[in-house]
Design a protein. Structure first.
Length: 216
């Protein structure tokens, strides 16, 4: 049976994340939300983070500002702040797991994902770093992203899809996607296949030189 793992990046977003949680709860689906630090530091964002956890979803770190990919930055300490400040806010909500997803520049995998500084920090602090194998562009192609995702699912045994809990992204057609997956008999799981786990608990798994700036 083919599998899919749903993930939601760049939130939480008031008015959007709650609706996504409700849709997922109706079907008993568990996912991972990779949150941004600048969206969880205020009471509203913190409350949404709590709600995500209450619904049984996992929480991951998706940097503080999501502004410059780590491999593209030459600023000393940049990755440490982006990861560390976000993880501190996540930990304040009682979440001890250390999941991280790098900024992919429109879903691309390459040396922009990680800098040596970021990699050293993730290893030292025993993070699990998660990539993806499907980016259907829910944020900029409402007309076709569902079909693109279903096409990706048909081509591989286990799909890890990047969706977004931001405005004008996955929410409007999420039910349609879930209906399509159900019709095709796709199993929705919360775990991740080895191929997208770049690092697990500080140990490299599927990390490649091409994922780190200056190594390829």
């Amino acid at each position: 049976m083919k599998k899919i793992t749903l993930t939601f990046d760049n939130g939480p977003t008031p008015g959007v994340t709650e609706s996504i949680l409700a849709i997922l709860a109706e079907r008993g689906i568990k996912t991972t939300f990779f949150v941004m630090g600048n969206r969880i530091g205020d009471p509203v964002g913190a409350a949404l983070l709590d709600k995500i956890v209450e619904h049984g979803h996992w929480v991951g770190n998706h940097s503080f500002t999501h502004s410059v990919a780590f491999g593209d930055s030459t600023e000393p300490g940049y990755a440490l702040r982006e990861i560390g400040d976000t993880q501190a806010l996540i930990a304040e909500r009682g979440i001890s797991e250390r999941l991280f997803r790098p900024f992919g520049n429109f879903g691309l995998l390459g040396p922009h994902l990680l800098s040596e500084e970021a990699l050293a920090h993730l290893i030292e602090h025993r993070f699990t770093c998660i990539a993806w194998n499907s980016v259907p562009h829910d944020w900029d192609d409402q007309a076709h992203w569902v079909e693109r995702c279903l096409s990706d699912v048909a081509k591989q045994d286990w799909t890890v899809v990047v969706l977004h809990d931001i405005e004008d992204a996955s929410l409007e057609r999420l039910t349609e996607l879930l209906d399509g997956l159900a019709k095709q008999g796709i199993e929705i799981v919360q775990s991740f296949p080895e191929e997208v786990v770049l690092i697990r608990d500080g140990e490299p798994v599927s990390l490649k030189p091409s994922h780190v700036a200056g190594r390829s």
